[in-house]
Every structure is written in structure tokens, then in C-alpha cells.
Design a protein around this ligand. Structure first.
Ligand SMILES: [Zn+2]
Length: 411
């Protein structure tokens, strides 16, 4: 019966507060009063652990587990994690990975990768020592056999409203020229997923900055821009595609500046969808791109069920050449602007975010944050302006070419 305890949804009633207005500010974490500790000395195998988080005020939260890899997920309503790094939590090294950040409006999420299957034994929130209105959240977890590992996927889904799967809107009609071309700009990463990191530099922040500059230039060039992310929040890959589809975007451009995979050369490169891409470096990148979604607790497998595979393939046979055409225009314009690129600038990769069957999509690795030369470019306003302007010209040329081809195919 003990495993039943793990099923309990911890949904705390907030203590009645005299003045509701005083709670308008979000709770923050006090790292000095927070820790992860393990019991026993056997470092070779999973041990019971206790996670203590001291926060500035009590908040509702819920706890559950996910598998593949085993993870403990705590959703808070809501903690402002900005300004605190999960890596600074005392005891962080006891687990393979720990992330936290804003998840979506009104929710923050902590995800702790575990060294094996665990169950929740106790979860309490009580006034913090020292008072001042703070609270201490204390979660105790213990290792269990794989057969006793209860995850939300197999047990809790009925109890807790999972984030809604992306709604599938009908395939948008090809643009008829009556409205400006609409470009979805997708700055990668965000929230608890900072992307590549070099010292105090985070890929997610660098991309947000570039996306803003690119948006400005595209808007001035007469395009409409839809952003999949406007601040430092976590947006699952699937939702990024849904945002573009719902907005009826004509083109989807994902922006990245990852860590340089082993054996890869630096420089800007453009990726288009190719599930057969059999290149270790791009596979490495693809895994890294999807890893944040895994850590965030989203399982991407099966999401394609919503659109019949046949429909997807049919749509892709038309969309894929359009993505490739855009990549070619982009390379040619970037070349003309003197932007240094990878020797094979257009490549195929199985990046999940490129999977839209109906919207031409590319992923641009602006450069690799871990490469000194690329990093210097990313921090050079002139390089960024030239890159953004070249992309604007490429979009314009591609749109004309694309419309001409569409007119031909209708004949
Ligand atoms: Zn990235």
C-alpha cells in the first residue's frame, strides 16, 4: 500500500491570508535555506533523498514522477526562479540533472533527474523558520523497484489535467498575396532550458536578442512576424509549431546557437527536415534540442498521431522543396553579405521543431556559442544586422519565387 502514497496529488490549500493584496508579488527561492540531501553512505546506488526549498511565501504545488529517464517534477503556482540557478542548490551534484524556471503562464516547474526509480514518501509545506511569511517545502523520496515506480504517464493522468495536446487546425491555404507574408520566428530554448552556456552567456538569451533585432528588420521590410517566444519562458517544441500554424505562418525560422558538437566545423548553417540524416554531429544536436522537452516532462512520442501520417507525408512532399528553396536563397544572400558559413551550409536533420508538414521550416544555427569566432560574431551588432538584413532579402526573394511556382502549379 505504500506506493499508493506516491499517487497522492499534493495540492495544498493555502492558509487564509488576511490581506490578499499583499500576495501579488511572486514567491522567490532562498537558496541559503534550500538543499538536496541524501541519506546513507552508499554512493553506488540510489539513496533516500530530501529536497528542501525555502520560499518567500507559501504556494500551491503538485508533485509527480516521469520516466525515461526517471524524473521528479514539481509544479509551483508560482515561483519566480529568475535570478537563482538550479546549479547553485546545495547538494545539486546528488542527481544527474536539475532544472527550474517558468513553465507557462502562472506555473513554474522544477525537474530533477533521478539516479533510478523513486516514490514520494512525504511532502509538506510549513512556515519557514525565522518567520517573515516564508515557507519551507520539504519532499522526501525513496528508491523503489522499477515495478513500483508510478509515473504520471501510467497512473496520474486521470487525476491531473495534462497540458492539452496541440490543437490541430486545418492546413492553412497557400498565401494568395492578399496579406503580407507572415514569418514565425522561433528563438530556441528558454525558461528552465537555457541552451548552450559559456560562462555567464546563455544561448536562450542570445537568441532572444537576435530574434528581436530580426523581427524589427523584417517588420520594417513589410513582413508580419509571429514570435514563438517573447521572453525567457519555456515553450515546448510542439507548441512552437502550433503557434506558427495557428497564426497561419508562411515560413518558420527556428534560431539556435548551440554548443559545437564533436567533429563539427564552426560557422552559420541551415537545417531542413530530414529524418534520414545520418550524421553523428547532427544527431547529437537533435538529441540536445529535444532533451529540454524530455526534462520538462513532455513526451514527444505519439504527438504525430493527431495528424494522420499519410496526410503529413503528402503535405511534406510539397512543403519540403519549399523549405529547401528558402535555405538556398538564405545561403546565397548570406554569402553576398559576407557572412561566414559552414562549408556545407544546408543540411538535413531530424530536429523535431522542423516537423511541421504544412509550413516551410528551417533551423538556423547562427553559429556555435562554444566557438570563440562564432561567439564574437553573435556579440557583434554589425554582424547581427548584416545577417538579419540578408535573411530579410532571402525571405523576400523566396516569397516571390514561391508565389510564381504556386501559380505555375495551379495551371
Ligand atoms: Zn539550441
Amino acid at each position: 500500500m505504500r506506493w499508493l502514497f506516491a499517487l497522492l496529488l499534493v495540492w495544498l490549500a493555502l492558509p487564509a491570508l488576511a490581506d490578499d493584496g499583499a500576495r501579488s508579488a511572486l514567491a522567490t527561492v532562498d537558496l541559503a535555506g534550500s538543499s538536496l540531501t541524501a541519506e546513507g553512505r552508499d554512493r553506488g546506488r540510489p539513496r533516500p533523498m530530501e529536497l528542501r526549498l525555502t520560499i518567500s511565501q507559501p504556494v500551491p504545488y503538485r508533485v509527480y514522477f516521469l520516466d525515461g529517464p526517471p524524473r521528479l517534477v514539481v509544479d509551483f503556482r508560482e515561483i519566480d526562479f529568475s535570478g537563482t540557478r538550479a546549479g547553485d542548490l546545495p547538494g545539486r551534484e546528488l542527481v544527474p540533472a536539475l532544472r527550474w524556471g517558468r513553465f507557462r503562464s502562472g506555473w513554474s516547474r522544477l525537474v530533477m533527474e533521478l539516479p533510478g526509480p523513486y516514490a514520494l514518501r512525504t511532502a509538506v509545506q510549513r512556515p519557514a523558520e525565522g518567520g517573515a511569511g516564508g515557507a519551507l517545502v520539504k519532499l522526501r523520496i525513496e528508491p523503489v523497484d522499477a515495478t513500483e515506480f508510478v509515473t504520471r504517464g501510467n497512473a496520474l493522468s486521470a487525476l491531473w489535467d495534462l497540458p492539452k495536446p496541440a490543437e490541430v487546425t486545418p492546413l492553412p491555404p497557400r498565401r494568395t498575396g492578399r496579406r503580407p507574408l507572415r514569418v514565425a520566428i522561433d528563438p530556441g530554448h528558454g525558461g528552465h532550458d537555457p541552451g548552450a552556456q559559456v560562462g555567464a552567456i546563455y544561448e536562450a538569451a542570445v537568441l532572444l536578442g537576435f530574434a528581436r533585432e530580426l523581427t524589427e528588420i523584417l517588420t520594417r521590410a513589410g513582413f508580419e512576424v509571429v514570435a514563438t517566444r517573447k521572453d525567457d519562458s519555456f515553450i515546448p517544441l510542439e507548441r512552437r509549431m502550433t503557434i506558427a500554424r495557428t497564426a497561419q505562418a508562411d515560413l518558420f525560422i527556428s534560431l539556435h546557437a548551440d554548443a559545437l558538437p564533436a567533429g563539427e566545423a564552426a560557422g552559420l548553417s541551415i537545417y531542413v527536415w530530414n529524418p534520414q540524416a545520418d550524421d553523428r554531429a547532427t544527431r547529437e544536436l537533435a538529441t540536445r534540442h529535444d532533451r529540454a522537452d524530455l526534462l520538462a516532462g513532455l513526451d514527444l512520442s505519439g504527438t504525430d498521431d493527431q495528424i494522420a501520417d499519410v496526410l503529413m507525408d503528402l503535405a511534406r512532399t510539397e512543403t519540403h522543396p519549399r523549405s529547401q528553396a528558402f535555405a538556398k536563397f538564405a545561403v546565397s544572400e548570406l554569402n553576398r553579405a559576407g557572412i561566414g558559413m559552414h562549408s556545407r551550409p544546408v543540411r538535413g536533420a531530424a530536429f523535431s521543431v522542423l516537423k511541421s508538414p504544412d509550413i516551410p521550416s528551417v533551423l538556423i544555427e547562427l553559429g556555435f556559442l562554444t566557438d570563440a569566432g562564432d561567439r564574437a560574431n553573435l556579440f557583434d551588432p554589425d554582424w547581427r544586422a548584416r545577417t538579419a538584413q540578408a535573411l530579410a532579402r532571402a525571405i523576400s526573394l523566396w516569397a516571390q519565387d514561391d508565389a510564381a511556382r504556386a501559380a505555375l502549379s495551379r495551371r
